[in-house]
Design a protein around this ligand. Structure first.
Ligand SMILES: [Zn+2]
Length: 129
């Protein structure tokens, strides 16, 4: 049996999302995430830029699994008519950007390791017998 989120939706039905966190709640219902959002709202008066508004709406360090759940929820919202396609497009673009950043960071780390190894005249650890 697949474990479901412990929360009840605004419509009064049990939430059907899979819990991602140890507290048994999905990304949307986790009190930990809600606390992060609340803290962001309290800071809201200090910074009014678009970047700061975007930052406070998201919890820090979105994991790949959380990103997948968010995008899956957005997709279900589009299919169910609750999310406008242009909003879904924005989410899709953000998802692609996060993946591109992750990939670029990985390439940068590998390149740095290769350059360091080349400077020493040694192959990187992974190439040694
Ligand atoms: Zn939930």
């Amino acid at each position: 049996m697949v474990t479901k989120c412990k929360a009840t939706t605004a419509a009064g039905a049990p939430c059907t999302a899979q819990p991602l966190r140890a507290d048994g709640f999905c990304f949307w219902h986790s009190p930990a995430v809600a606390a992060e959002r609340q803290a962001g709202r309290r800071r809201g008066g200090r910074a009014r830029s678009n970047a700061n508004r975007a930052r406070k709406d998201l919890p820090p360090a979105l994991t790949p699994a959380e990103l997948q759940q968010v995008l899956g929820s957005v997709l279900r919202g589009v299919i169910g008519g609750r999310v406008a396609p242009n909003v879904a497009n924005a989410w899709a673009a953000l998802g692609r950007t996060l993946i591109a950043i992750r990939e670029a960071t990985e390439v940068e780390e590998r390149l740095t390791a290769l350059e360091a190894a080349a400077a020493e005249g040694q192959p990187p650890n992974r190439w040694r017998a």
